[in-house]
Design a protein around this ligand. Structure first.
Ligand code: NDP
Length: 458
């Protein structure tokens, strides 16, 4: 590519990985006057843009239409002959991702960042080899992200990962989703919404470990209502090919094997550090394979830093962005690194969506002792004129001593949108009295967050 011919050999900062964290860091650092190169072997925008948040959300929208068409009948619409065409969705998704890749390319070019397309490999604390050339930098930042991890079981090669799900030639009539985290519940919702008979297999008693207990129970009931079969306390022992192109899933319980068209392993992700040349440096990894960094994102090798999923922590795009931004200021201007990991809101785009910020009820009880819990569960207005039985859950956790709201949890339509606003209030230290003094917007679901007056428990 043309960038190679103008390649300079020496930089202030070389970033390996043009995902969310790497691109943000490169752009900001270049804008502050540093000479920056970013090396990317695959696609601009990383997991989020190409095989994560963005295409996933597009698929979630697609999946929701099925229910929307159905719901519309209560409002007088006659939506007959509804058909879904996977190829159209996939093509339009690809077009949109290509558009976003172009935007990322322009952002880097306009910021004066040199993009080098190829695989970067460290050859020492300040050198990286790419496309047969050796580049030098005062500082090197590793922002290589993570990749899906499939447990070692017989038939592992037959399983799909979340990455594969974005490139399927066709969708099967039935699927098994293995795991109980973000990716498992999101894809179970997508598949079921697209009309695929979906079974989710999770090894523990209750999926979505780490989320508020009420939220977990509520989501369980809602997903079951949508026709997703949930099998908890169960695991996959092996997967075999059977006649007709199907797969046979053998369960550890010895229960009747499941015959299905596809098995998605949503069993966690591991950091991308293999083949990076770390052995030529003093960078060290923790037991999860994540790069160990200090509060300034500096690794155990003085000239090498790391941000984003490759250092573990909350694997969320906005977190990688915040880390990249803070580190850029630190490396170029010497500014203290300030990433505040408290009260990071998050959403799980299952259907209905989970939105959450702050402490779960159990965590808050442990941390604050006396708490007040406000809870509301209702049938959303939109579903009063059709047969949709989806319900909505809202929950506020208040530290009794300070009256501060320390947790807000929601399961329902647009929970991500609603909780984002709640997160600002909670981050600003809003008390329950502030919530009570806020006038609601009527009629909305969100107004429930400012009208809950009686604690359900304390
Ligand atoms: P998670 O860590 O969230 O979930 C992994 C799941 O796989 C868990 O339920 C885990 O069980 C199970 N599991 C792990 N190992 C095994 C095994 N050997 N056998 C059986 N089950 C196993 O990972 P995901 O891959 O879902 O997501 C990775 C991260 O990506 C998330 O933590 C999140 O930070 C981010 N993400 C964010 C999204 C968003 O913001 N909407 C969307 C998607 C991903 P157990 O609970 O028992 O450990």
């Amino acid at each position: 590519m043309s960038a190679q011919s103008s390649l300079s050999e020496s930089f202030d900062i070389i970033v390996i990985g043009a995902g969310s964290g790497g691109v943000r860091l490169s752009r900001i650092a270049a804008g502050l006057g540093a000479k920056v190169a970013v090396i990317e072997e695959q696609y601009l925008g990383g997991t989020c843009v190409n095989i994560g948040c963005v295409p996933k959300k597009l698929f979630v929208y697609a999946a929701h239409y099925r229910e929307d068409f159905h719901d519309a009948s209560g409002y007088g619409w006659n939506a007959e002959n509804i058909r879904f065409d996977w190829k159209v969705l996939k093509q339009n998704k690809d077009n949109e991702i290509t558009r976003l890749n172009g935007i990322y390319r322009n952002l880097l070019a306009n910021a004066g960042v040199q993009l080098i397309e190829g695989r970067g490999k460290l050859t020492g604390p300040t050198t990286v080899e790419v496309n047969g050339k050796t580049l030098q930098a005062k500082k090197i930042v590793i922002a290589t992200g993570g990749t899906p991890n499939i447990p070692d079981i017989p038939g592992k090669a037959l399983l799909k990962t979340s990455t594969d799900m974005f490139y399927l030639d066709k969708i099967p009539s039935s699927a098994v989703v293995w795991g109980g985290g973000y990716i498992a519940v999101e894809f179970a919702g997508i598949l079921a919404g697209l009309g695929v008979k979906t079974t989710l297999i999770y090894r523990g008693d209750m999926f979505l470990r780490g989320f508020d207990e009420d939220v977990r129970q509520f989501v369980r009931a809602e997903l079951e209502k949508k026709g997703i079969e949930l099998r908890f306390g169960e695991n996959i022992a092996k997967v075999d090919k059977v006649d007709g192109g199907n797969l046979q899933v053998t369960l550890t319980s010895g229960d009747t094997p499941v015959i299905t068209g596809l098995v998605l392993a949503a069993t966690g992700r591991i950091p991308n550090t293999a083949g990076l040349g770390l052995e030529s440096t003093t960078v060290t990894l923790n037991s999860a394979g994540e790069i160990i960094v200090d509060n300034n994102f500096r690794s155990t090798c003085d000239s090498i830093y790391a941000v984003g999923d490759v250092i573990g922590g909350m694997q969320l795009t906005p977190v990688a962005l915040a880390e990249g931004q803070a580190l850029a200021h630190h490396l170029v201007k010497g500014a203290p690194v300030m990433v505040d990991y408290d009260y990071i809101p998050t959403a799980v785009f299952c259907q209905p969506t989970i939105g959450t910020v702050g402490f779960t009820e159990a965590q808050a009880r442990k941390k604050f002792g006396k708490i007040r819990v406000y809870r509301s569960e209702f049938r959303p207005m939109k579903y009063t004129m059709n047969e949709n039985t989806e319900r909505c859950l809202m929950k506020l956790i208040v530290d009794d001593a300070s009256d501060k709201v320390v947790g807000a949890h929601m399961v329902g339509a647009e929970a991500g949108e609603i909780i984002q606003g709640m997160a600002v209030a909670i981050k600003a230290g809003a008390t329950k009295a502030h919530f009570d003094a806020t006038i609601g917007i009527h009629p909305t679901a969100a107004e429930e967050f400012v009208t809950m007056r009686t604690p359900v428990s304390s």
